[in-house]
Every structure is written in structure tokens, then in C-alpha cells.
Design a protein around this ligand. Structure first.
Ligand code: GN1
Ligand code: MG
Length: 345
């Protein structure tokens, strides 16, 4: 990985770089761990920013710096980025954008967690929103309409109308099921238009593996701050459960592995309600079960649209990958819909 070492040399860090190795499972950016001389654990994390997705890299790093400065001032552990020799928090190698941050030592990531950790994660996410609630500087909407389900459904409709790689026929059954629930699943946007539902600064990518835990299950640090932006609290609550409460994998080819784990759901909800009790409005609280459905629903819509478009957005490992993801997310949605149908908070 010789040229990755060269990339690192453009940042204001003094260490001698020993090695750079691939890391993580992100579907958007490429991530590497950076080893330095005299230490067998990674010291930094190098990322290539996908600037097809994050088109305004200045806004991206500006948002992240505002958020991390604010969290740091309040004594929270958060990400720390380094400047490059061009005095930006990224380095442009002529074509690609790169950034580098500290590797958080003694941290553990999970793909599946036990209920107690889910409770601690709920507390921690509520606290994250609370701590950012008095951030007075504007945070830009880095991907416009990112978690707007009406917009995502429109993208799906456009993909279907174009049918550019002829995949619509094989997925018709999923399209029918999705559009049958359109009215019910677009509730959040209607409440927003009626002035009943606020937007707050949210993380917007609260997958379980975007949390670093310590050995006791406390959330040590929340990572992947690219999508921090104003959104409904549903985003953070729902996207965490989409990954944590799934008993299978996000792209599980065996649908029998997939269920919605109520213990994880209940534990997370308990923690989240504890740390948000001072600011969460009744309309937000009452609709948390809706949020738990919204995210598997939205992720199905997004994976399916990408499949129909010929796989232009998410990284795939094999040709049918987005279809497999679509089916797995839809199964999760159906299980959550069944289990939460009579639930009130
Ligand atoms: C993407 O790359 P990653 O894992 O951080 C996506 C999320 C999706 C997720 C699905 C900017 O996140 O919205 O929920 O994949 N991020 C973007 O796993 O689209
Ligand atoms: Mg992300």
C-alpha cells in the first residue's frame, strides 16, 4: 500500500508511517487503519471520502468540526481530525478526497449486541441529541432530503419509470408491497408540514457498527459523523434498531435468520426515553414505533432503487447484492410491522 502511505504524508502528523490496511464495512467511503513505527496497534484512521455522495466536502468537514468541537467542550469523547498541508481537514490528491483522524484505542465494535448494551446505546444516543441541542452554529443539510421518505419513494418511482437495466419486472412484488404502505409510512413528513414535528440535529447513520463500545458495553464514542444534520429524532432511533434488533445480517441471504428482536427494542427504547425525557415531545415519543418501521422500510426503498438503477450508489460485492439487501430489509420490515402493530408508547 505504498501510495496510501504517501497520502498520509500530506497530513500534519509527525509519526513515521509503518503500514496502512483496509478496515470496516462502510458502504460509501473507503476506510483504512494506519500503523506507525514502534506500535502494534493502529494509531490513525484514513478515509477516502466518497465525493459522489458527499459533494460538498468543505461543508462536510465544517459540519463535523462544529459537532466535534461542541461535544469535546462538553467533555465527550469524539473524533479528532488532522489538517493537511493545504490547511484543510482533507487532502485532495488531484482527484480523490482524503481525511485522517485518530484511531480510538481500546474500543470494540459489534454487529450484534445484548439487551443491556442496547439500553446503554439508547441512553447514549439520546444524550448525543441532547448535547447537540444547544449548538448554535448552523449545520448544513449535507445530503438534501436524506431521510425524507417521500423523496426516497419518488427516487424509486423515477428508477422504475426509467428501468434502465430491465430489472423492474423481477421486483414487481416488492414494489407493490412498498407502495401499498405509502400513506402510512409518510406520516412523519406530513406531521412536519403541519408544523407538529420538529427537526433536531441528529446523527442519521446510527448503525450499531458506528458506535465504539468499551469493554463494559458503554458507548465510548459515536463515529461516522458524515450525515449529522437536521432530521426527525426518528432517524437515530429507527436506524439503530434497523441494525441492532435485526437477528440476521443487513444483507442476509437466508431470510429465516431475520427477525425483529423485541428485547433489543425494549432495552434501547428504555435507555433512549431516559436520556431524552427533558426535550422529547409527545408526538416524537408516540411515534417511536413508527420510526422503528420507517427505517427498514426506507432502507428497502433505497436498496431497491439502487438495484433498479444498476447499482450506482452502494458498494456491492456481487451482482445481486442490492436485491439480496432489499429482500433482507423487507423481511425485517415485515417482522417489525407484525410485532409492533398494537404497540403504543
Ligand atoms: C450507508 O456507508 P455507511 O455504512 O456509513 C448509508 C446509510 C445507509 C447504510 C446502509 C451516506 O452508510 O444511509 O443506511 O449505508 N450512508 C449514506 O447500510 O448513504
Ligand atoms: Mg455512514
Amino acid at each position: 500500500m505504498e501510495n496510501l502511505k504517501d497520502i498520509v504524508s500530506n497530513f500534519e502528523i509527525a509519526d513515521k508511517i509503518a503500514d496502512v490496511k483496509p478496515m470496516g464495512e462502510g458502504l460509501i467511503n473507503d476506510t483504512y487503519k494506519v500503523f506507525v513505527d514502534g506500535c502494534d496497534k493502529p494509531k490513525y484512521v484514513l478515509q477516502r471520502i466518497n465525493n459522489a455522495v458527499f459533494q460538498d466536502v468543505d461543508m462536510l468537514m465544517d459540519n463535523i468540526n462544529k459537532v466535534t468541537d461542541h461535544l469535546r467542550k462538553k467533555g465527550k469523547k469524539t473524533l479528532k481530525f488532522y489538517k493537511s498541508t493545504s490547511n484543510n481537514y482533507y487532502y485532495l490528491d488531484g482527484e480523490k478526497y482524503w481525511r485522517i483522524m485518530d484511531f480510538v484505542p481500546d474500543s470494540i465494535t459489534y454487529q450484534t449486541i445484548i439487551p443491556h448494551y442496547s439500553y446503554l446505546a439508547g441512553k447514549s444516543f439520546g444524550e448525543f441529541e441532547y448535547l447537540l441541542s444547544d449548538l448554535n452554529e448552523p449545520i448544513g443539510e449535507i445530503i438534501p432530503d436524506f431521510h425524507n421518505i417521500e423523496f426516497r419513494l419518488k427516487q424509486l418511482r423515477d428508477a422504475v419509470a426509467e428501468d434502465r437495466v430491465g430489472r423492474v419486472k423481477e421486483v414487481q412484488q416488492y414494489l407493490d408491497e412498498i407502495f401499498k404502505r405509502e400513506e402510512k409510512m409518510t406520516l412523519g413528513e406530513r406531521l412536519f408540514r403541519e408544523g407538529k414535528l420538529p427537526k433536531r440535529i441528529c446523527h442519521c447513520d446510527t448503525k450499531v457498527n458506528n458506535m465504539l463500545f468499551d469493554k463494559d458495553g458503554n458507548v465510548l464514542c459515536i463515529i461516522d459523523l458524515d450525515t449529522v444534520m437536521p432530521s426527525f429524532v426518528f432517524s437515530d432511533y429507527g436506524d439503530f434498531l434497523r441494525t441492532a434488533a435485526n437477528t440476521g445480517l443487513e444483507d442476509d441471504p437466508n431470510l429465516d435468520n431475520i427477525d425483529f428482536n423485541m428485547e433489543i427494542y425494549e432495552a434501547f427504547t428504555k435507555g433512549y426515553l431516559e436520556s431524552t425525557k427533558d426535550f422529547l415531545l409527545p408526538v416524537e415519543k408516540e411515534n417511536l414505533p413508527y420510526a422503528a418501521l420507517l427505517f427498514p422500510y426506507m432502507q428497502t426503498v433505497r436498496f431497491l432503487a439502487d438495484y433498479i438503477n444498476g447499482d450506482t450508489y452502494y458498494k456491492i460485492r456481487y451482482p445481486e447484492h442490492n436485491l439480496v439487501r432489499t429482500k433482507a430489509q423487507w423481511r425485517l420490515f415485515e417482522r417489525a410491522e407484525f410485532k409492533l402493530k398494537d404497540l403504543k408508547l
